[in-house]
Design a protein around this ligand. Structure first.
Ligand SMILES: [Zn+2]
Length: 463
């Protein structure tokens, strides 16, 4: 197949070029019109449109079981939204239950995704138990292509690790050649704030951000960066929500340059922390429920500062933390007080289009940096170099045809109940029109194709 006449958006800038696809991979990138189709070869005209590498969202929670009877939106619906929104690769998190081995949790996640997920997927593995037998599993997971692990400083009594446990985990991950992802909020501080709120009858969802104060994130970000430098462990601080967190990351990078260990210190931001703010907690019960996520939405100046950080490359990647619960599920849980409400927002379907219309079209982010943040960098950082995130010969033919002039109101993607969507009233410019996954057409003029190849598990190797 030849995709002809489009403008390729690459991390090095826009280039008019044709793409030749052979089987599942990109065979060549040639000057416009230079490649002659062989007899019977399909030629797709992309005139007037942009050609992007398939999006790579390295932070999702598809079909995440939270407690009996409550799970986030499933793998099929979430991956449909991903493809329709131009994201062809996701990395999700396997979360062991208490007493479950890491390998068992990974097998459980692979079973949930297998046959259901329509986009390609990798897995990170959460570690909330630092017993020697759990840490001893880390090298085997790295060998299975799961080189990234997650530790929490938040969620006291469930997932939270103490500072010394976090140090043990970092030592194990570093020794195995892996990388640690940290949810940086101080679980003790959040629990104390929550206790005061509940004791004084402040139990409605609008109090959620008060139980997640900025100081909690600031302290935890500083602590995990210091621990990473101390233990020499490659680190991604996930979902930075404060300008101050970015400043702490920059300070740690400076300490590294000043003679600290040479290791990756990665910053991730998620769509909702850029495009939504804490005004939603004061805009009625439903809005507060939709916006109930951790870290919470912050005052607008933080979003503006994080966009600047993303534009300058000080923040590396733009993910979603997609973890969507139907509004009705959140509302039912809210009757028991805000701490009972499942945390999370959607976004996997919205990420490419809304970051284009709100950031690129409005001049905050160049197209080259945009595509680097939503595809090239996340793939490279998470061990998918050579396969995902770029339009280059030998890479998987994951290709998105994007119309930068399309206008309209945002339409929720996928077949799901997406009433809780944070962005449902946002006007959009730009639209994903056609998508290929490993050379197979999966979205045709904005609609899912009936015949889907299905997603593959992606073993990853950090470079
Ligand atoms: Zn998450």
């Amino acid at each position: 197949m030849i995709i002809r006449g489009g403008l390729l958006i690459t991390a090095a800038g826009p280039v008019p070029a044709d793409l030749q696809v052979a089987g599942t991979v990109i065979a060549a990138v040639t000057p416009p019109g230079a490649a002659a189709p062989s007899p019977g070869e399909e030629v797709f005209s992309a005139a007037g449109r942009w050609i992007l590498p398939g999006g790579v969202d390295v932070h999702t929670h598809f079909g995440m079981p939270l407690r009996p009877g409550v799970a986030s939106l499933g793998w099929r619906e979430s991956s449909e939204a991903a493809l329709l929104g131009g994201t062809t690769t996701i990395i999700d998190f396997a979360n062991p239950e208490p007493g479950e081995s890491l390998a068992q949790a990974v097998d459980r996640w692979l079973a949930m995704a297998g046959g259901a997920c329509l986009c390609d997927f990798g897995l990170h593995c959460t570690v909330s138990d630092t017993a020697p037998e759990r840490l001893a599993e880390i090298p085997a997971l790295v060998a299975r292509g799961i080189p990234t692990f997650k530790g929490f400083l938040a969620y006291k009594g469930r997932l939270m690790l103490t500072e010394s446990q976090m140090g043990l985990l970092m030592t194990g991950v570093k020794a195995a050649g892996g990388m640690l992802l940290v949810h940086a909020e101080d679980g003790e501080m959040n629990a104390a704030a929550e206790q005061v709120l509940l004791a004084t009858g402040r139990t409605t969802p609008n109090w959620h951000p008060t139980a997640h104060p900025p100081e909690s994130e600031q302290q935890a970000v500083a602590r995990c960066l210091a621990l990473a430098l101390e233990h020499g462990c490659p680190l991604t601080v996930v979902h930075l929500s404060l300008e101050d967190s970015l400043a702490a990351l920059e300070a740690a990078r400076q300490r590294r340059r000043d003679g600290g260990p040479d290791l990756p210190l990665i910053g991730e931001v998620c769509l909702h922390h850029l495009l939504a703010d804490d005004g939603l907690y004061r805009s009625g019960h439903e809005s507060a429920l939709s916006a109930l996520c951790s870290p919470p939405l912050r005052p607008p100046r933080h979003g503006r500062g994080l966009v600047q950080g993303l534009a300058a490359g000080r923040i590396d990647t733009l993910s979603t933390d997609h973890c969507e619960f139907p509004l009705a599920v959140k509302a039912a849980a809210a009757a028991g007080g805000f701490p009972r409400v499942p945390n999370g927002c959607g976004g996997v379907g919205e990420r490419i289009t809304l970051s284009y219309s709100e950031l690129v079209r409005k001049g905050h982010l160049g197209p080259d940096r945009w595509i680097e943040a939503v595809a090239a960098k996340p793939a490279e950082i998470m061990g998918l170099s050579g396969r995902k995130g770029r339009l280059q010969p030998g890479y998987d033919a994951d290709i998105v045809c994007f119309d930068p002039r399309a206008e309209g109101l945002w339409q929720p993607l996928g077949s799901s109940d997406r009433a809780g969507n944070l962005y449902k009233d946002l006007p959009v410019t730009g639209q994903v029109t056609d998508v290929w996954l490993r050379g197979r057409r999966v979205v045709d003029r904005g609609r899912l194709c009936g015949d889907q190849p299905g997603g593959e598990f992606l073993p990853r190797l950090l470079s």
